[in-house]
Design a protein. Structure first.
Length: 64
């Protein structure tokens, strides 16, 4: 059987987490974003989408 290709999204940190609540900092850390302008690629899952929905003002989504 052929493997099903999963859709991926790239997430980019565009605003600093300085002065943000601890919850936002933990979400950014869990997404694997460390520095400003850093980009991580994740599978497009409801869990990842939910994390992004909590911090849309800090990240930019690049869909592929």
């Amino acid at each position: 059987m052929a493997k099903k290709k999963t859709k991926t999204i790239k997430i980019k940190l565009v605003h600093s987490i300085i002065g943000r609540p601890e919850k936002h900092r933990r979400i950014i850390e869990a997404l694997g974003l460390k520095k400003l302008q850093s980009v991580r690629e994740h599978n497009d899952t409801p869990e990842i989408r939910g994390m992004i929905a909590k911090v849309p003002h800090l990240v930019e989504i690049i869909e592929e």
